[in-house]
Design a protein around this ligand. Structure first.
Ligand code: SF4
Length: 475
């Protein structure tokens, strides 16, 4: 496969909100110092995990569904150019207009231009990871256009001038008293007597959003799936606000990552079973909206689909790493990750936090630009077990760690270890010598320079009193 005639490996890297201001270890330390954040994240992830586990246990063929989802995604990646061209042809046939964006800047230019052409100065936004990735809200604001997030959690994040910290529950780091305070400070027309009772908070958001839905003529959405066979776009959501955005405005602009294409209608059956159970712990999504181009007299009369690359072609070039593109953004891997549970999402610096962020963001930007993220994992494997499309995240993490630039001391130690392990006698001698590491490896004491970086965050394992070889010989 090629990108504009170039080998995929030379395709442009992703830009936008994919890297943070500081490396993960430093950002994680700041997050760990916030006990409220840790309590909020732990409570939310534990609740979703439990709910999801219960509904998954109801399906005797869950493992078969996972295998089917994984196979469908692998097929899609292997046939991506053909499927995308088929999708383009079908959307065009149905009255839509398809645009191709190589990166975030181009996608923002296209969307901003389309909104400007309508003469409108405000757009509705449906919760979408792709538009967060490209920083669309900031680009619209720079062009004098006001984006209004309509997903409740995204609205909380937007009004709080904050950043999302979870793929599915962007305001997971906020509790209800913090949300009340944000609404009182930033929501136009809010009742000053607002309490922090969840139904009262939801009613306040509903009133504000209903007014906005009825007076805004352009909406921007993402897409969970785009069916190549028919040109049908799909958005799944829980609140119904997405459906308002998809049906009420005159103009609809959808930004979709190129990996979200699925070959046929029938394939959707697999993903619509996997996604809700793995993400919100529901048997089916409360709102699954599908549309195909333009229907005269019904819904938006102008539809644009922006197909976004932004580094995805370069990810596709990596035989191990490309399975990160199979992700259906369910967030199950976040909810089971012991690292995410303690740091929350902001520490990852990218719009994609947690285990999937640790493998996707460095590949989209180029691993040298996000070099700390492949280490944001204990490699416990919980993410692999939880993933509904069986992405082997731990193997990709190890693969990416091998691509990260390593300090000279570490490279020398690893070369020496490989040389020693290749030679049984030398290895036996090294094992005997390792007993002396007890002197330097006690808990609370690190290795001497230049190896102290390794032991700064871990204890040197204490060697056993008897090696396996000695034990074998003695019996
Ligand atoms: S990697 Fe798997 S578990 Fe994680 S968000 Fe993507 S699909 Fe869900």
């Amino acid at each position: 496969m090629t990108f504009l005639g170039m080998p995929l490996a030379h395709a442009p890297r992703g830009v936008g909100h994919l890297r943070g201001d500081e490396p993960f270890p430093r950002a994680a330390r700041t997050a760990l110092a916030n006990p409220q954040l840790r309590r909020n994240v732990q409570h939310a992830t534990t609740t979703i995990r439990g709910k999801s586990g219960r509904v998954i246990a109801e399906l005797p063929d869950w493992q078969d569904l996972r295998a089917a989802g994984s196979a469908l995604k692998a097929y899609t990646m292997a046939n991506l150019p053909r499927l995308l061209e088929q999708l383009e042809a079908k959307v065009t046939e149905a009255g839509g207009v398809v645009h191709w964006a190589a990166d975030a800047a181009e996608a923002n230019r296209i969307v901003t231009g389309l909104v400007r052409a309508t003469g409108e100065q405000r757009v509705l936004k449906i919760k979408s990871m792709a538009t967060q990735e490209i920083g669309l809200n900031e680009a619209l604001a720079d062009a004098g256009i006001t984006p209004v997030e309509t997903d409740l959690a995204e609205l909380i994040v937007q009004l709080g001038d904050d950043k999302p910290s979870h793929i599915l529950v962007p305001a997971i780091h906020r509790n209800r008293s913090e949300i009340r305070e944000i609404f009182l400070r930033a929501m136009p027309g809010v009742d000053p007597a607002l309490t922090d009772d969840p139904p009262v908070l939801a009613a306040a958001a509903r009133r504000y959003l209903r007014e906005t839905f009825l007076t805004t003529k352009v909406a921007v959405s993402g897409a969970n799936f785009g069916i190549a066979e028919t040109g049908t776009l799909t958005v799944v959501e829980s609140e119904g606000n997405g459906r308002m955005c998809l049906t009420l405005p005159d103009t609809l602009i959808t930004v979709m990552g190129i990996e979200k294409v699925v070959p046929t209608w029938q394939d959707l059956e697999v993903f619509l079973q996997l996604l809700p159970r793995a993400s919100t712990g529901e048997r089916m999504n409360p709102y699954t909206s599908m549309w195909q181009g333009v229907t005269p007299g019904d819904g938006p009369q102008s539809f644009h689909l922006v197909l976004l690359d932004n580094g995805r072609s370069a990810v596709l070039a990596d035989e191990v790493g490309r399975s990160a593109l199979h992700c259906i953004r369910c967030s199950a891997c976040l909810n089971v990750c012991p690292v995410y549970e303690r740091t929350g999402g902001h520490a990852y610096g990218s719009v994609y936090p947690g285990p999937i962020g640790a493998v996707l963001s460095p590949q989209l930007t180029g691993v040298e630009d996000n070099a700390s993220l492949p280490y944001a994992s204990s490699l416990c494997g919980a993410c692999f077990d939880a993933c509904p499309v069986k992405i082997d995240i731990p193997s990709i993490l190890v693969h990416l760690r091998n691509q990260v630039p390593h300090p000279a001391a570490e490279k020398a130690v690893m070369a020496a270890a490989a040389y020693t392990m290749d030679r049984p006698r030398l290895y036996a001698r090294a094992q005997r010598a390792a007993k002396f590491t007890k002197l330097v490896g006690k808990r609370g004491r690190g290795l001497p320079p230049p190896l102290n970086g390794w032991s700064a965050a871990r204890d040197l394992p204490t060697p056993p009193p008897e090696s396996f070889r000695d034990w074998w010989r003695s019996r």
